[in-house]
Design a protein around this ligand. Structure first.
Ligand SMILES: [Fe+2]
Ligand SMILES: [Fe+2]
Length: 152
């Protein structure tokens, strides 16, 4: 299990917006880990806030990634999208449990860190070349200007 939530340059996807969103997700992992150390009602309150922030962040982030991957014709887009969808479903399940007063805090923490390790560091890295600002993958070759002979 991941225990160090410090951002490292090797996590960079080469796209400032996506890196910023990933940094937010990593910060939320770190906050979840701190919340686990404390107990009581304030810790539960913090987990509720954390889940809410994560769902807002995830919605925006997934839309950013999927728009880019779609525009750049990433061949595994459907599989990538399915992982995002599963993530959101699991978040909703945690949110429902939280509302019913049966929030599994350790489970939320495990879920967030597993997501960091298995999706961001593996699936996102696998399509890094499509997400990077200097992407050349999947883009149609730029149209060459048609040189017309001067018919004078
Ligand atoms: Fe991502
Ligand atoms: Fe992703």
């Amino acid at each position: 299990m991941i225990t160090d939530f410090e951002w490292q340059e090797c996590y960079s996807i080469g796209n400032a917006i996506i890196d910023q969103q990933h940094k937010t997700m990593l910060r939320l992992c770190s906050e979840a880990s701190k919340c686990l150390e404390s107990s009581g009602p304030e810790s539960r309150e913090m987990f509720h806030d954390l889940l809410h922030e994560m769902s807002v962040c995830a919605r925006e982030h997934f839309a950013t990634e999927e728009t880019l991957l779609h525009a750049r014709h990433y061949p595994m887009l459907a599989e990538h999208q399915a992982e995002h969808d599963q993530y959101q479903v699991r978040l909703v399940v945690f949110q429902i449990s939280a509302m019913q007063g049966t929030l599994d805090q350790a489970g939320v923490f495990r879920f967030l860190t597993e997501w960091w390790g298995s999706h961001i560091l593996e699936s996102d890295m696998a399509c890094r070349s499509y997400l990077a600002e200097n992407c050349s993958s999947g883009l149609d070759a730029p149209e060459q200007p048609v040189l017309q002979e001067n018919s004078k």
